[in-house]
Write a protein that binds this ligand. Sequence first.
Ligand code: ZN
Length: 412
Amino acid sequence: MSDGKSTLITGIGELVTNDGAPDDGKPDDGKPGAFAAMNDAALVIAAGQVAWTGPAARAPAADTVVDAAGRAVLPGFADSHAHLVFAGERSEEFVARMAGRPYRAGGIQVTVEATRAASDAALRANLRRLVTEMLRQGTTTFECKSGYGLTVPDEARALKLAAEVTPEVTYLGAHVVPPEFAADPAGYVDLVCGPMLDACAPSARWVDVFCEDGAFGADEAAAILAAGQAAGLAARVHANQLGPGPGIRVAAEAGAASADHCTFLTDDDVDALVSTPVVATLLPGVEFSCRQPFPQARRLLDAGATVALATDCNPGSCFTSSMPFCIALAVREMRMTTQEAVWSATAGGARALRRTDIGHLSPGARADLIMLDAPSHAYLAYRPGVPQIAAVWQAGRLVAGMSPPAAAAAGP
Ligand SMILES: [Zn+2]
């Protein structure tokens, strides 16, 4: 299927294209558009891209034909927030938290110690295991942060490893202040903005900062984002996760692509997200795993903010890589409609990564798509916890699910 030949997927019960007219009134940042879907549809893949979509009855011929047999086809998930380069695990912390102890940002240090001590090979193996896990669950694009090294060589190493598996690489030297700088946090900010940035920028596309009590304050966060931007990186922010704070304002003022978490919102925060192109990325797996109140997705959506859903996959506050699980949480716990949740997990993630080639299935889009073992997108929330990804195509290549003999049918 990657040999330059075309593939027709026909008999699609529901084809989610996300190519509806933009309805958010925001400055046009290109595709994808609003949630849109058609029934009894077909789609042609050629040269790694979507070449045609339309009614199955009018589908053109192609070299290979796949019969979806009434199943749904969606854009692949775009997980715009993940921490995948780490060693060790923290299940005991989760167990303790479920027994009543609240999460504190300091738990990150446990993973920092394990990550610093790990070999490149061990980190790479863990990273690739997670990437495979994500792909099998329909995630065809993902962002990956550093943030568990917190020394110049350890952060640079994490980003080099991340760059092996995704173009969406994020420098998060400003995750927490490591203990060796406990008495000199300003000295750590200088390191993050100076030699560490110099070593990391060549491998990264994004700069991120954990703007929170116990991590980095507004002035520090603004300085870190500005330094990253001066080095050619684009900004994104961990904002308002553990309590009210300046993170969303800092993201808006920096022109960040996304403010992530948004669990605690003031009216000013909502205004900032509505009046700027900053995407509100919600990470409901974190609230599930930390037993916190869920973000107010309805408040954001009803005000007109652009909302993305992502996993925040990390060994501490949320160790899930499953976008379907996040969609189910968004629908059940945050009162998003099934259409909104699927849009936010696909097109929303694309917007949070400022990508126009993914998150939708209009002609010209990258052929990143998933076939569900179900007739509609709603099943992702309707049947929570059930594996329903029948097949995954990435840039037109069948990469997971459906075995080639079942996928292949008669060609010309
Ligand atoms: Zn995070």
